[in-house]
Design a binder for this molecule. Structure first.
Ligand code: GZL
Length: 326
């Protein structure tokens, strides 16, 4: 009898040891079947207010969902993201999620994840790979549509004018999906009317400091700028410093359109220094965790999940500001 009990106890202990050895995962790559999920997340960096809010949303949502999050900040370098993804593969996480800092150069590492049977979710930004088996879904905004919204506001605002409208553009990170697509959507809409001229367009890398630096250069080489289109609020806020430093009035002498709608941007909009903001929501955390649970269980998910977002005028910003979550 004693032998039988000790054999049962030994079997139980062995089973427990195997389960706890896994990195946690309900049938994921780690093979553990205790229902826990471990996600490896590679974040672009901490370049803007939007990014900070996005990181907060992902971390809070992971905690609320009971998902163990391994998080890395790539400081806007693709090689750091590739290293992080390889490390997550080594650690046998159950799912990998990341926001690709640029669109190209991901096929090799994503094939390694696929070969390791670890599902990948794209969040915020997309990749330009033709092989859509390399990731399960892409959760994020339609950046082309964001550019179109910015262009439509400009066209409507200058509807009664026949004078040339000189535009300078602060682009996001070179090669990134939001920079490519926001530029394309805006150009598509204003291209219908030759009075709109983009007289200068350069990357400000989505940061306030670079936005200010490039806008100072624009102001030095272009005496009559009518409009600034900045691919995010942070570059627009940096540009405002440059415009005021040049003795001009932002929002009046130079109309400003930005994208994101983070708190600092909305405050400048309410104060009349920005004229229009196209929202790009960073609050992707809850949807990302829901998708991760489905993907780890092997459930099918939509190939594309587009986030809901709107636009703000100066008056709308005054009303919305008190309730903004980021
Ligand atoms: C857009 C996101 C962009 C934001 C910027 O989804 O990738 O990156 O517009 C951020 O503020 O830096």
């Amino acid at each position: 009898m004693l032998k039988r009990i000790s054999a049962l106890v030994l079997a139980g202990l062995t089973a427990a040891a195997l389960t706890s050895c896994g990195s946690g995962g309900s049938g994921g790559a780690s093979g553990a079947d205790d229902g826990s999920i471990t996600m490896g997340f590679s974040q672009v960096g901490a370049e803007s207010g939007w990014r900070t809010a996005n990181t907060k949303s992902v971390q809070e949502a992971a905690k609320e969902s009971g998902i163990t999050l391994k998080f890395s900040d790539a400081q806007q370098k693709q090689e750091n993201q590739i290293k992080a993804i390889r490390s997550y593969i080594q650690q046998k996480v159950d799912v990998i999620a990341f926001s690709p800092v640029v669109e190209s150069g991901w096929d090799t590492v994503l094939k390694e994840a696929r070969d390791a049977k670890i599902p990948v979710i794209l969040t915020d930004r997309a990749v330009d790979s033709k092989d859509t088996t390399l990731y399960k879904t892409f959760l994020g905004s339609d950046f082309v549509e964001e550019g179109r919204k910015a262009g439509k506001w400009l066209v409507e605002s200058f509807n009664n004018s026949t004078d040339p409208v000189n535009i300078v553009e602060l682009q996001g990170t070179t090669g990134s999906a939001p920079a490519n697509d926001r530029k394309a959507g805006f150009a598509e809409v204003i291209g219908a009317d030759p009075k709109f001229k983009v007289i200068a367009s350069q990357t400000g890398d989505f940061t306030r400091a670079k936005g200010k630096e490039v806008m100072e250069a624009f102001l030095k080489s272009n005496p009559d700028i009518d409009v600034l289109y900045a691919h995010n609020d942070d570059m627009g806020l940096g540009a405002i410093e440059a415009i005021e430093g040049a003795g001009k009035v932002p929002g009046k002498d130079i109309k400003i359109i930005t994208v994101d709608a983070v708190k600092d941007g909305m405050q400048a909009l309410a104060d009349g220094k920005i004229n229009y903001i196209v929202e790009c929501s960073p609050l992707l955390g809850p949807q990302l965790m829901d998708l991760a649970k489905k993907v780890v269980k092997g459930e099918t998910v939509p190939a594309r999940v587009v986030t809901e977002e709107t636009t703000f005028t100066q008056e709308q910003a005054k009303t919305a500001l008190p309730n903004r979550k980021y």
